[in-house]
Design a protein around this ligand. Structure first.
Ligand code: PEP
Ligand code: MG
Length: 290
């Protein structure tokens, strides 16, 4: 008989080369975070905070955010937990954003936080910096960076807020999900503590393929060798500045693709908590050539 999902999810996955594969969880609700705890995620690699914001009909105030984020932290009081700043726009839009002809290339993610949604950036940074005092394991991830200047602007704003609150600054990470940023990785040395690859968007922008359009979904093949080469190059560049990089896009939840990512050299994956047992089951029964 097969062991229960949870039993497998809680096993370690050592590789022949002595390294370990680590699974974190992508979450969009408090229930997901509880499930992540049950399925032995080693932390939370991605809190999609915009989903919390888009789902509720009360204002996303600082107090309200602190309350939600505290609940998320319950099962992960001392583990790696990465809160992504609001990634609004394109496929994650509310009634308030402008209608654009090309929303995937428009005012979304960090672009929105640095323009129309500056007040929301401030509120979210205040909530996270405040909570980080209780949970120093909280990290902040900046979405949709195309140009490093966007990252530095957000980080500088966070520094000002931390100074006003007289609190320390959490670690900051950058989402790699637009090809242009790959060529700027070295400029973030010492400023960015970790990278997280959003392969859903990275693939969309690398292949000019709408991730949500069923008319082109048959072309959306994430194990395309050109894409795997890109991922190999990202890992080399991140390693050259000693900065860890994890994958948080959905591709890592495909067991066969996961093996390819491990062969390239990736060890840290953030996936849906519900996928962890199947992935570990597959890895424990697969001979990996490393
Ligand atoms: C991604 O782009 O791969 C990602 C993880 O973020 P989202 O799917 O929320 O855009
Ligand atoms: Mg994305």
């Amino acid at each position: 008989t097969q062991p229960e999902g949870r039993d497998i999810a809680c096993q370690l996955v050592p590789l022949k080369d002595g390294s370990m594969v680590h699974f974190y969880a992508n979450i969009s609700s408090v229930l997901d975070s509880e499930k992540a705890g049950q399925f032995c995620a080693e932390g939370i690699g991605l809190v999609r905070t915009e989903i919390f914001y888009l789902r509720q009909d009360v204002p996303f105030t600082i107090e309200n955010q602190i309350e939600i984020y505290r609940e998320i932290m319950r099962a992960f009081t001392d583990k790696h937990v990465v809160f992504r700043l609001l990634d609004i726009g394109s496929d994650k839009k509310s009634a308030y954003e402008a209608d654009e002809d090309n929303p995937a290339l428009g005012n979304r993610g960090v672009r929105l936080l640095l323009t129309d949604y500056k007040h929301m950036l401030d509120d979210q940074l205040k909530a996270l910096i405040t909570l980080h005092k209780t949970y120093p394991n909280i990290k902040i991830l900046v979405p949709f960076i195309a140009d490093v200047e966007e990252f530095f602007k957000v980080k500088n704003r966070a520094k000002e807020i931390a100074a006003e609150l007289e609190l320390p600054l959490p670690d900051f990470g950058v989402m790699l999900e637009i090809p242009s940023v790959i060529y700027q990785i070295e400029q973030m040395e010492g400023e960015c503590s970790f990278f997280s690859i959003g392969t859903n968007d990275m693939f969309q922008y690398f292949f000019a393929l709408d991730r949500g359009n069923p008319m082109v979904s048959s072309l959306y093949k994430l194990d395309n060798p050109a894409f795997l080469s890109l991922l190999r190059r990202i890992l080399e560049r991140a390693k050259s500045i000693n900065t860890p990089v994890e994958i948080c896009g959905e591709m890592a939840a495909d067991p066969e693709i996961l093996v390819k990512l491990i062969e390239i050299g990736y060890r840290d994956f953030s996936v849906s908590p519900y996928a962890i047992s199947e992935l570990k089951h597959h890895l424990l029964n697969t001979v990996i050539n490393t």
